[in-house]
Design a protein around this ligand. Structure first.
Ligand code: ATP
Length: 314
């Protein structure tokens, strides 16, 4: 746990940043975060520690049910009332709540009105969401700006559509949902599987737009990601890899390979690295043993224990 926080400070020095608070950015740090349900009988997150920084996209990855959405919910302060949380979540190094409008949360499903056009959906949302202190003209300008940022200006008058009426593609719908979340210019953006259901080209398109926005506006983005292509995976700076609610790895995407290799699980040539990491720690279909380096093989449960304990001792 201390090692992750020390690594964060090290990266801050590397980047020679002035500090998140100075430029209005929001840095989020979580330490020893536990989430339980059923009066403590079921532990969903087990002592997680990590951080997310302005201008960067942190990817949360792991097999289905490992706790990605729960981590996003805990960080965004929207856990269900049946869940109990312990540990620290710090905003810019302090224990404080997020100010209203500072963060936005994109859920897994697009809840858009199918009969509206892109322009209508975003413009009406701007009118409803933004405070009365902002003029109608400014709200319209804000709507046009987010539409442009998400590359939807050519689909302004296209209906969103649904099963009965052909409209936008899945990727375009996802981008409309992101536009709506971006209207209030949040400094912290939680995205629950922003690319779910999209093909690899559309996923790349959506994620690169998000990354560009994060960099330009110093937004802190925390995104749970299901199975990224190698191109999408390379877009992320930091990776939080979870398995059964525990951290298997947290750190630079670029250093993940070194971590897996040093523990005896190198990525085979020509395999997508993110597929390799996810397959190595997925125990849902634990039929076969996993080859470890040049000698022997181990069960997935054992692989996870090796990686978790190696990570905790770095
Ligand atoms: N309120 C709750 N009560 C009981 N169990 C819960 C609750 N919330 C989450 N869980 C369980 O905790 C585990 C983690 O759920 P979570 O939705 O965070 O996983 P996930 O990694 O986001 O999964 P997926 O990739 O399939 O969306 C699951 O086994 C889920 O059933």
């Amino acid at each position: 746990m201390e090692a992750v926080v020390a690594r964060k400070e090290e990266h801050d020095d590397d980047d020679d940043e002035l500090g998140a608070a100075a430029d209005g950015g929001v840095s989020v740090t979580w330490k020893d975060l536990y989430v339980t349900v059923g009066g403590g009988r079921l532990t969903i997150l087990e002592g997680l520690t990590g951080y997310a920084e302005p201008g960067e996209v942190l990817a949360i990855m792991g097999p289905s049910g490992c706790g990605k959405s729960t981590l996003l919910d805990a960080l965004a302060g929207r856990l269900s009332s049946t869940a109990q949380q312990s540990g620290d979540i710090l905003i810019n190094g302090r224990k404080e709540s997020l100010a209203y409008g500072t963060s936005a949360y994109l859920t897994q499903d697009d809840t858009l009105m199918t009969t509206l056009t892109v322009k209508e959906a975003v413009y009406y949302s701007a009118q409803l969401q933004l405070p009365d202190s902002i003029s109608i003209a400014e709200k319209k300008k804000r709507a046009e700006m987010v539409i442009k940022e998400m590359g939807l200006q050519d689909s302004l008058n296209t209906r969103i559509g649904g099963w009965a009426v052909k409209g936008l593609s899945g990727g375009q719908k996802r981008r409309v949902s992101i536009c709506i979340e971006m209207l209030r210019r949040p400094k912290l953006l939680f995205l629950d599987e922003p690319t779910s259901g999209l093909d690899s080209a559309a996923s790349y398109h959506v994620m690169s737009r998000i990354l560009k926005l994060a960099r330009n506006d110093r937004i802190t983005v925390v995104a749970s990601v299901h199975q990224p292509s190698s191109e999408v995976f390379q877009l992320f700076r930091n990776l939080c890899l979870l398995s059964s609610g525990r951290t298997v790895y947290f750190g630079r995407v670029a250093s993940t390979e070194q971590f897996f290799t040093s523990n005896g699980f190198p990525c085979p040539t020509l395999r997508n690295p993110s597929d390799h990491y996810l397959q190595t720690i997925n125990k849902d279909f634990d039929q076969e043993d996993i080859e470890q380096g040049h000698g022997g093989s181990v069960r997935t449960e054992e692989v996870i224990s090796i990686l978790v304990s190696s990570y905790n001792h770095v």
